[in-house]
Design a protein around this ligand. Structure first.
Ligand SMILES: C[S@@+](CC[C@H](N)C(=O)[O-])C[C@H]1O[C@@H](n2cnc3c(N)ncnc32)[C@H](O)[C@@H]1O
Length: 260
């Protein structure tokens, strides 16, 4: 095996271990049923059975919530087959799968007809396109007068400590809420509302079960360096949150494409 082929093989393995942690959690990011419901309630004048796109659906928690809350149709898009399968399974369990469609696709390549959706939803996933680029890309797919609801990482306090700034170098669009709102304005959306996710939205469905899984896997994966790397990074992510959660968090932004 060449060095580069071996590198690829290792990379693949690390991804498998990564998914063995991140792919098995109840949620694939911070969020809660209450926050999903609260953001949904910010959108008046929706049709009785709205058509909703859930971008980066993960295991489908929001897709199922939206199917229940809206009574409409949800198209759940994710690039990972595991997430698509989990979304389908979760919708079956909740007895709402007859209104669910799924699409395994890279969101960077998505194309829909103009004005295809009443709502585009994305919890903790639009960052894969970038906040500004993502909002610009999806705008034509929402019908005029329709809504976009996004959760996105933000600075909650000025002057974050150096280790936190260094950690968030992985996402250069992390910014203050007011600057995010300015981006929303600049793209020609109307602001509808925004709110911060509470700390419990990070811990209950995400970091608490992640910690339990990490404890179990640490022993199971003894002596496997690439697996231990995944564990170390996940622990670091949790530690950063524990130490600095007063400086950063997720903000839910709800906006509207103007009616004309
Ligand atoms: C942080 S998770 C959030 C998932 C879900 N919304 C939730 O809160 O549980 C981000 C999701 O985006 C998906 N994703 C990442 N890059 C993507 C891409 N380029 N195209 C489609 N989905 C992508 C991941 O597979 C993952 O399920």
């Amino acid at each position: 095996m060449t060095a580069s082929a071996q590198g690829f093989d290792n990379e693949k393995k690390e991804m498998d271990y990564f998914l063995d942690i991140y792919g098995r959690l109840p949620r694939a990011g911070p969020g809660s049923h209450e926050c999903t419901r609260r953001a949904y309630k910010l959108m008046p004048d929706l049709p009785e059975t709205p058509r909703i796109l859930d971008l980066g659906c993960g295991p489908g928690v929001q897709a199922v919530d939206l199917l229940k809350i809206s009574g409409g149709q949800v198209l759940a898009l994710d690039c990972l087959p595991l997430m698509i399968e989990r979304t389908k399974a979760n919708a079956e369990i909740a007895n709402v799968s007859n209104r669910l469609e799924v699409l395994k696709q890279d969101m960077r390549k998505m194309e829909f007809s103009q004005a295809s959706f009443d709502v585009i939803w994305s919890e903790g996933a639009l960052y894969n396109l970038g906040f500004k680029n993502g909002l610009r890309r999806i705008k034509p797919f929402v019908r005029p007068g329709g809504y976009v609801a996004i959760s996105e990482v933000v600075w909650l306090k000025p002057e974050p400590p150096a280790p936190l700034v260094e950690y968030w170098q992985q996402y250069d669009e992390i910014d203050k809420v007011e600057n995010k709102l300015a981006v929303i304005d600049s793209l020609g959306y109307q602001q509808v509302g925004h709110f911060a996710l509470p700390e419990s939205a990070w811990t209950e469905g995400y970091y608490d079960p992640m910690e339990a899984l990490l404890a179990q896997k640490t022993e199971e994966w003894t002596g496997i360096p690439e697996a231990q790397d995944v564990i170390r990074e996940a622990r670091h992510e949790i530690e950063i949150f524990r130490k600095y959660s007063n400086y950063f968090g997720y903000e839910f932004f709800v906006m509207r494409r103007p009616a004309i």
